[in-house]
Design a protein around this ligand. Structure first.
Ligand code: DHB
Length: 491
């Protein structure tokens, strides 16, 4: 290897003779030992003794070390039994949510990352009820939790320094740090499994899809990221809020006729139908075949595909798991959900009526007044929010008076979108994928995660995907199955 540009003057020489900037050389002797009683993925209590490596800045020229740092947890004993995790797979769990900044700077143990919301509010574990880092540690894996910049960060000069693509650049820099320290850092750096939920699921999918891409090089070099690969072995994404530039059209195709859960009102149906029509063109342009030999996915057959591939199987799994009495009660309360004794079925319209309605207005992501979190995500410099679709810009109500998206927008969108890299068949991508979504999650179109899964399947990657029936946003209903999946693909 070659030292990263701007490397420290006296690079450490590693066993293999590689050079790594001193600041990026992992010191395996600096840790604290903790013993925590954790709950494992089966709900059993386990006592885990582990080495905890306190926040390590993963770049030599951090913009914001509070966010550009990671923590590492390494199990050494589980229920009193010694474990050797020195070459165990590494679960690389990001806590990103809402595209907000994530910090592990105050963490003193596993699973304590915080998501920073406006007004100083912090949400531990991204508000998830499933603490995947703790479950993974209890299962014997090395766990790495990276902090990362997020959209709301503003410096003293009023410059937004955490907007796109900062979050993915940081996550890549963290992966590079691990891979540059191969053989030194605990765990198998060639068996990194990335995880994340919602915005973090999108970023996990992006990390997996964009591995090794040179599109990020200037950003990574600027930060003094390690000169190492940033591909990951396997990728898991729960309810990824991805493909943002097509999310408005996809949303209207999916939820356009449903009522706002909050008010019971329909959104403007003219706008909704216009966007939905744009989705038909977009979906056709992707040329994606469905999983399990379904054939080409279009706006006309996508409802049928979702029913057969995801929604009926999800309801079937759910109902089959209930006692006969509980199932009868559920079916009586939900007469549109039919059960033939083995399988659940319903029409698309029945599903829409059942799922509870939309939670976003129209357009849902690139609002005409540039008021969404995603508008903020595409802010730049001292501009806190920008349009990132032509449709949003064309209907702008902020008085921009321009017909053109800012010049950097298309390139930045590519850097933020896993679909870009999947469509390019990026060779450095993960080949193993775990994709999950709740069927009552209206935060984005069902087609977003489904297109990711189907296009990866079409490339020949191993895709394990399912939906959780009646589950809302950010649900993780099968963490034990996920950990078994990791064992299966790394064993
Ligand atoms: C998340 C949710 C959203 O509705 C969104 O637009 C972006 C991110 C989240 O929970 O991370």
């Amino acid at each position: 290897g070659v030292a990263a540009p701007g490397a420290a003057a006296s690079p450490a020489v590693r066993a293999g003779g590689d050079r790594l900037p001193q600041a990026l050389t992992f010191d395996q002797d600096i840790y604290t030992v903790r013993t925590d009683t954790l709950t494992d993925a089966n709900g059993e209590s386990v006592q885990v003794t582990y080495r905890f490596y306190a926040p390590i800045t993963y770049v030599t020229r951090p913009v914001d070390a509070t966010h550009q740092s990671l923590v590492i947890s390494v199990p050494v004993a589980i229920d009193g039994k010694k474990v050797d995790a020195s070459r165990a797979p590494i679960v690389f769990a990001n806590w990103v949510g809402g595209y907000f900044p994530v910090s592990v700077a105050a963490a003193t143990g596993v699973g304590e990352g915080v998501m920073e919301m406006p007004g100083g509010q912090v949400l531990v574990n991204n508000g998830n009820d499933t603490n995947l880092p703790k479950l993974a540690l209890a299962a014997g894996y090395v766990v790495v939790e990276p902090g990362a910049r997020g959209r709301t960060l503003v410096d003293d000069g009023g410059v937004h320094y955490g907007t796109a693509p900062a979050v993915i650049v940081d996550l890549k820099a963290a992966v590079r740090y691990l891979r540059a320290n191969k053989g030194r850092v605990p765990g198998d750096t060639d068996r990194i499994i990335s995880t994340g939920t919602s915005a973090g699921g999108a970023m996990s999918a992006l990390l997996g899809a964009s591995g090794g891409s040179h599109l990020y090089d200037t950003h990574l070099t600027e930060l003094g990221a390690a000169d190492a690969g940033d591909g990951v072995f396997a990728t898991a994404a729960w309810c990824p809020i991805a493909d943002l530039e097509h999310a408005d059209m996809a949303y209207e195709w999916c939820w356009g006729t449903t009522k706002l859960a909050r008010t019971g009102a329909l959104v403007d149906q003219t706008l909704s139908k216009e966007l939905s029509a744009l989705f038909a063109d977009y979906q056709a342009s992707l040329r994606i075949d469905g999983l399990h030999g379904y054939g080409r996915l279009t706006a006309r057959n996508y409802d049928d595909y979702l029913l057969k591939t995801y929604l009926w199987p999800a309801a079937t799994t759910y109902l089959a798991g209930l006692s006969a009495t509980a199932r009868a009660t559920y079916l009586a309360a939900n007469p549109t959900i039919r059960w033939d004794g083995k399988q659940a079925s319903f029409t698309w319209d029945e599903y829409l009526a059942h799922m509870g309605g939309r939670n976003k207005g129209v357009p849902s992501f690139d609002a005409f007044d540039a008021s969404t979190g995603e508008n903020n995500l595409f802010g730049n410099g001292t501009v806190s929010a920008r349009h990132f679709t032509q449709y949003g810009l064309d209907h702008d109500t902020t008085g921009l008076g321009t017909k053109h998206l800012d010049k950097d927008i298309p390139g930045t969108l590519d850097l933020m979108n896993p679909m870009h890299f999947i469509q390019q068949r990026n060779a450095g991508r993960s080949r193993y994928w775990w994709i999950r979504l709740g069927t009552s999650d209206p935060h984005t179109s069902l087609t977003i995660s489904s297109n990711i899964a189907a296009s990866l399947g079409q490339l020949g990657d191993s895709v394990n995907t399912a939906m959780y029936w009646d589950a809302g946003h950010a649900t993780n209903r099968d963490p034990a199955a996920f950990l078994s999946w990791i064992a299966g693909i790394t064993g």
